[in-house]
Design a protein. Sequence first.
Length: 151
Amino acid sequence: MSTTDEILAAARQLVQAFGQHDTAAYFDCFAPDATFIFHATPARLASRAEYQRLWRQWEDEDEFRVLSCASAQPAVQDLGEAGVFSHDVTTMIRTRTGEQTLNERETIVFRRDGDRWAAVHEHLSPQPAPAPRSLDVGQPPVQARDRKPAP
């Protein structure tokens, strides 16, 4: 199996565990020194243990639960003893306020750890809104382009 295939398999395992709310398997995919940057949290999380505490807080205070997770557009950069996995991710969650669908982009950095690939960094950001169709890249907006100069 190629390095790229191994990283894709590690990422599939992580996403599957997350999507099933299998916290033991999910957190086992991360190295203890893994770091995390999430757009919905105010600060960088400096370890797997710190993220696990936050996760338990979400469960206890918000009744947080992952219902499903789907990955699309996966890509891997093979860096030898490390690799960068990125994808679009759609997650269904439930909290005490109801169900919600999240559309995000995610990057996970993996490093070889013996016979497995451990996630050492995760960065999650919201999926950007599509650009308006009326805008052409490199062109001013239609209104400005079509406006005649004042006499």
